[in-house]
Design a protein around this ligand. Structure first.
Ligand code: SAM
Length: 257
């Protein structure tokens, strides 16, 4: 390795160490900031997602991820014997563990729960009575429900909806969107309408709330992606290599100093 590169890396190591110390000191403050954002967003109307009739695991996982990004408060699941393990969240990119799931035994159960809490049920579907999503036809807390990949919302689902929204399409090239894409677009519109405060961007990502992610995000923001290469470890390895070389030279009697 060129000595210039080594000096540059040494500087990076110092920077990284300073940041790690600073992050540890500011840990509580940072966590406080994250929860302040959540607290603020909790004062606004809330959205919920009912997972019912969505067939493909990948769509399920993608919807969980988008629900997490757009501050969907809870994901309702219909399951007579609820256990988290039985829900496959492939593609949720770790957001399933941060998701608040609520279990119900059937659609009637969901309807009753929503009636008691003044949550309106909004079906996401292409149908004559649906309103375009950009008109933001929301009144308050809203539970969203999507249809099956092949057959759309079934009649039992339609029966419990208070209103419907659709996403306008602008060509004759496809009859509908992917179900997870549809949900994501709708959640984003709801978030805008509800007036949620946006999460902070760190580097090229939105900051995550857990300790390790905060630390990693701050490191990447300061020293770039090199931070993920763990320069501290690399310096230790270089030092070890130097020591080994020194030992070899000493053995060979080649050391002049
Ligand atoms: C692939 S679509 C199939 C639905 C379609 N109604 C049918 O019967 O073929 C699956 C689901 O995605 C959602 N969806 C797809 N495109 C949509 C759009 N433009 N507006 C609203 N929802 C849409 C709906 O929830 C729909 O039930």
């Amino acid at each position: 390795m060129e000595s210039q590169d080594v000096t540059q890396e040494e500087q990076q190591v110092d920077q990284v160490q300073t940041i790690i110390e600073q992050v540890d000191l500011n840990q509580q403050e940072e966590e406080q900031k994250v929860s302040e954002l959540q607290q603020y967003n909790n004062t606004k109307p809330q959205s919920y997602l009912l997972m019912f009739n969505v067939q493909k695991q990948k769509n399920f996982g993608t919807l969980i991820r988008s629900a997490a990004a757009f501050n969907v408060n809870q994901v309702f699941v219909i399951d007579s014997q609820p256990t988290k393990k039985r829900i496959s969240c492939f593609g949720s990119q770790g957001t399933a563990s941060k998701t608040n799931f609520q279990y119900f035994t059937g659609l009637k159960d969901v309807k009753q729960y929503c009636n008691e809490r003044n949550i309106s049920i909004c079906g996401i579907e292409i149908m004559p009575e649906a309103q375009p999503i950009h008109s933001h036809p929301f009144k308050g807390n809203t539970l969203f429900m999507l249809g099956n990949e092949g057959s759309g919302l079934n009649k039992n689902q339609i029966a419990i909806c208070d209103h419907f929204v659709y996403i306008p399409q602008y060509t004759d090239k496809t009859a509908s969107l992917n179900v997870a894409i549809s949900g994501s677009i709708i959640f984003q519109h709801f978030a805008q309408w509800a007036g949620y405060q946006e999460q902070k961007i760190v580097g090229y990502k939105f900051e995550e709330g857990d300790k390790e992610s905060i630390k990693k995000g701050m490191l990447i923001a300061t020293v770039g992606n090199a931070a993920t290469n763990d320069p501290v470890k690399k310096r230790e390895q270089r030092q070890q290599k130097k020591n080994e070389e020194l030992d070899e030279h000493l053995e060979e009697g080649l050391i002049l100093e």
